[in-house]
Design a binder for this molecule. Structure first.
Ligand code: MN3
Length: 201
C-alpha cells in the first residue's frame, strides 16, 4: 500500500509565496486522492503490490492494460507530488546551486538567469494541466514539460527539479496568473535538493 509522505515543513512554511490553504488541500486532498486511486488499481493485481513505483512508471508497457491508465495517472500523480514536496520548502533553507550545478547551467543555458527565463517561458506555453521539469542527460541540462500526471521517468529522463503547473497548485492565491506563481517559486526552491539529484546522476 502506498501512503502519503509527511512534509518536512508546516503547511504555512512557504507563505507568502505558496499559501497554507493551497498547501494543505494540495497535499492532504489532491495527493491523497492519487494514492487512494493507485492503491485501488494495484489491489486488483496483487503481483504488482510490491513493485517499486519508479519501475512501474518507467515501464508502463509492462503494466496490465486494465490498470495501465490508472498507474500512469494516479501513480504518476503520487510520484510527481512526492518529488515536488522535497524541491520546495521554507525560504530560510533554500540554499544555492552547487558550483558543479552552476557550471552546468552556464554550459547548457548560458547562465542561471537564462535558465530561469527559459523556464518561465516554457511554463507559460504548457496548455492545460501538467508539469515542468529540469532534466539531465549525460551532464547536459534541459527543460521539458509533461502533460497531466505523466512523469519524466516514462520517457527515460532524470529529473533534477519539477514544478506542478496544475491550477490546483496556485489558483487560490494567484488565480489565472500562472507567471506570478512560477516567479514566486524561485523563493521556495530548495537548491540543496536539486544539488543532490544532480550529484546522484
Ligand atoms: Mn498537484
Amino acid at each position: 500500500m502506498h501512503t502519503l509522505p509527511q512534509l518536512a515543513y508546516e503547511y504555512n512554511a512557504l507563505e507568502p509565496f505558496i499559501d497554507a490553504q493551497t498547501m494543505e488541500l494540495h497535499h492532504s486532498k489532491h495527493h491523497q486522492a492519487y494514492i487512494d486511486k493507485l492503491n485501488m488499481a494495484l489491489a486488483t493485481h496483487s503481483e504488482f503490490a510490491n513493485s517499486p513505483l519508479t519501475d512501474l512508471l518507467a515501464h508502463l508497457d509492462g503494466v496490465p492494460e486494465d490498470i495501465r491508465t490508472a498507474v500512469r495517472n494516479h501513480g504518476g500523480g503520487h510520484w510527481n507530488h512526492s518529488f515536488f514536496w522535497k524541491v520546495i520548502g521554507p525560504q530560510s533553507t533554500a540554499g544555492a546551486p552547487s558550483s558543479e550545478l552552476s557550471q552546468a547551467f552556464v554550459s547548457s543555458f548560458g547562465s542561471l538567469e537564462h535558465f530561469q527565463s527559459e523556464w518561465s517561458n516554457k511554463s507559460l506555453t504548457l496548455f492545460g494541466s501538467g508539469w515542468i521539469w529540469l532534466v539531465c542527460d549525460k551532464g547536459e541540462l534541459s527543460i521539458i514539460t509533461t502533460p497531466n500526471q505523466d512523469t519524466p521517468l516514462s520517457t527515460g529522463n532524470v529529473p533534477l527539479l519539477g514544478l506542478d503547473l496544475w491550477e490546483h497548485a496556485y489558483y487560490l492565491k494567484y488565480q489565472n496568473k500562472r507567471i506570478d506563481y512560477v516567479t514566486a517559486f524561485w523563493n521556495v526552491l530548495q537548491w540543496d535538493e536539486v544539488n543532490t539529484h544532480f550529484v546522484n546522476i
